[in-house]
Design a protein around this ligand. Structure first.
Ligand SMILES: [Zn+2]
Length: 420
């Protein structure tokens, strides 16, 4: 049975950068192993969400064939599923950032901490915060966490605002919910607000939780140690993308007729993979890029023995873009080529009908340091295709498959390709 490797490199697409000879980081990167695959390759250049700059939840859903506007109930659902918090319908699931606020103004929405510090704060919050509802708080990677408030007497509602400036929740007429990053000037921290009357009790509950948790954090040993070591101080929780319902994504194994496994480390991507019915090889993110990619390559090679399709998620490109480090970004793409693509090229057989797809969930501009609405480059390696040149945004824009106009068209296209 032919195998498929589906690689999503987070925020890989970018804009041309003057210092890179007006190439994008993907175009500038030296990628000999990808080039070797181009003798049987076709490109696509689909839009993800039209003129809206997608977040990762929307981008990954779209790449895997699920229209975010048709399905999304709020990113918080996937974050909490991915953290193993097992939310059920009626619970409120939320993405949380440990951040820093001074004099009511935003200092940082990302206070990076060690795994030990995050675990200590998780324990403190779970044992000391009191709100009039049951809840679970769980730390994730870096500065991230998840909160599930369990359903009780008062119905919980997703109609609440985000208190993280620059992330605006949008509800669609069909009740679906997505949020988008936007620029902002006012850094004053505002309380969580009800976006409809039914959200009032939930907004109050969340504001109480945030106040209580921030107090508990400031009384913690982790906080005292960070004061002593003059480190950035977590003293506030930013919440976003509350969800109260399972988005009920159709099972990808059934819709595609292929058995899927995911190799991922970030809670969001793990949560999406589980929600679409994929098996999961849970590899928490490793600080060393080489080690992270080696572990993911090993896992993918092993999984391909018993699954038809493996989805691999790689995070580092997006993180480099948000920090404005475009030289890091192309260097990361070079390491992906050297470690992951070279390894996978040895186990997949294009001649026998195996397929490799490499794309991203959205474009992230390293110069603007944020997600943008650009279309995404997609590489599809399969024996049905002839030679292509120079994988990158420009090549994909110039010469792409007409059948893939939107990111959600990729999987249906693949399904037809597999049938030949
Ligand atoms: Zn992303």
């Amino acid at each position: 049975m032919a195998k498929t490797v589906f690689i999503i490199v987070d925020g890989m697409a970018d804009l041309p950068i003057k210092m890179l000879n007006n190439k994008t980081p993907l175009e500038y990167a030296y990628k000999p192993n990808i080039t070797l695959l181009l003798k049987n390759a076709a490109y696509a250049y689909p839009s993800v969400l039209g003129k809206l700059a997608p977040q990762s939840d929307a981008g990954v859903m779209a790449d895997l064939g699920y229209d975010p506007i048709k399905y999304s109930t709020g990113r918080g659902w996937f974050e909490c599923v991915g953290l193993g918090m097992k939310p059920t319908d009626g619970d409120l699931s939320i993405r949380v950032n440990f951040g820093e606020v001074n004099n009511g103004k935003l200092s940082s929405v990302r206070v990076y901490m060690s795994k030990e510090e995050l675990k200590d704060l998780e324990d403190e919050i779970n044992s000391k915060v009191r709100i009039p509802a049951e809840f679970d708080f769980k730390s994730g990677e870096g500065y991230r966490a998840g909160l599930v408030i369990r359903k009780g007497k008062v119905p919980l509602s997703a109609y609440v605002s985000n208190n993280e400036p620059g992330y605006t929740a949008k509800f669609y007429p069909n009740g679906k919910k997505l949020s988008f990053a936007s620029g902002f000037k006012d850094t004053t921290i505002k309380p969580v607000k009800a976006m409809r009357r039914e959200g009032a009790a939930t907004a109050r509950l969340l504001n109480t939780f945030i106040k209580e948790a921030s107090r508990v954090i400031k009384e913690s040993k982790v906080y005292r140690n960070r004061v002593k070591n003059k480190q950035q101080l977590p003293n506030f929780l930013f919440i976003r993308d509350a969800a109260v319902r399972d988005p009920r994504l159709p099972d990808i194994n059934e819709t595609s007729g292929k058995k899927w496994c995911a190799v991922a480390g970030m809670p969001l991507e793990k949560g999406i993979a589980e929600s679409v019915g994929m098996e999961l090889v849970d590899l928490s993110e490793y600080p060393s890029l080489n080690e992270d990619l080696t572990r993911k390559a090993d896992a993918a090679v092993s999984v391909l023995k018993s699954f038809d399709c493996v989805y691999i998620h790689i995070k580092q490109t997006d993180s480099a873009s948000h920090l404005g480090k475009y030289t890091d970004k192309y260097a990361i793409i070079e390491v992906i080529d050297r470690i992951l693509i070279s390894r996978l090229s040895k186990v997949i057989s294009v001649d026998k009908g195996d397929t490799l797809v490499m794309t991203c969930d959205h474009a992230t501009s390293s110069e603007l340091k944020r997600h943008i609405d650009s279309n995404i480059p997609v590489l599809i390696v399969n024996k049905r295709f002839g030679r292509s040149n120079d994988f990158g945004e420009t090549a994909c824009r110039k010469n792409h498959l007409k059948q893939i106009r939107k990111a959600t068209d990729i999987i249906p296209f693949m399904t037809k390709l597999w049938r030949y």
